[in-house]
Design a protein around this ligand. Sequence first.
Ligand code: UT7
Length: 320
Amino acid sequence: MSVKILGTGSFLPESVVTNDFLSTIMDTSDEWISSRTGIKARHLVKKETTTQMSVEAAKNALLDAGIQAAELDLIIVGTITGDDITPSTACEVQAAIGAKAAVAFDINAACSGFMFAMHSAYAYLQSGIYQNALIIGAETLSRIMDWNDRSTCVLFGDGAGAAVLGAGQGGILGFEQGSDGVKGSVLACRARANSNPLVQENPETDYVHMDGQEVYKFAVTTVPASIERVLEKAQVGTEEIKYFLLHQANIRIIQSVAKRLHAPMEKFPISLDHCGNISAASIPILLDEVNKKGMLEEGDKIVMSGFGGGLTWGTCILEW
Ligand code: UT7
């Protein structure tokens, strides 16, 4: 059976925060942020939650796919910023949309979360265990940023994107996932302290810490190599790919990947200029933008590649 994307959806919080606004509340500038990253603005929650944004993205994707919530067998959410430790965001989405028959769980793979969710759903669908899956990448990253650390907080945004997977022609042609836990500390957000009376020393509740240059080096080496392996395995040439949808962290990373693949930047759609980096939500939001702009036709081949905390990465080639 071929596993295909049947529909996409996304949701961004109402509030748009520009670089110029950030420069009024911290020591930064539009010039620094734009030239180093390509980011101009990001959406940040005022009232919206990770679950609410996931639900809106999910409803859009179901509508686009022409699938009822009751027909879903599986819901997987990639997130590192669920509203609650338990229940999972996926279970909260299941309840909100009335997907009574679905199995629901979250995946923590940071910026690769949507790709990991997609690969997991693909395995379930391909094996015939389930027929219709809803996958979501959703983040409220503004909650885990240190708003006194200008080197991280200006980079990230909030939002959610979703896709419905099911049987169809073409579909997923190849996949790769990878992890390198040894380098995990270069992008980390430590968990809450343990108040168990037996525990003497407690790390303090933390915000995101990133060694930007190490993550940058990891991205510009790992992503193109992963894409090349996936293309080679699927026996598809780079020139056959209509679009490369990369995790939206930094325009310079995307330019470097394009150069390494000898592919023009026109093949790399961008949402980071108005969204910033939304971790697991970056790729599905970009996919939804590309889909809703009518940029994809049946039979087009696209590559999606995510990378980030863990460290983790995931790449997929599919026929639309
Ligand atoms: O989704 C997870 C994946 N994450 C990524 O892919 C991030 C990858 N890394 C990057 O995108 C880049 O490393 C950054 C955009 C995070 C940083 O760019 P950089 O060119 O590596 O800058 P830097 O960290 O070397 O900082 C250069 C200077 C420093 O000042 P000094 O020490 O040279 O005086 C920083 O203090 O820029 C300063 N700086 C800022 N200045 C104005 C750091 N943040 C800011 C800021 N505004 N927001």
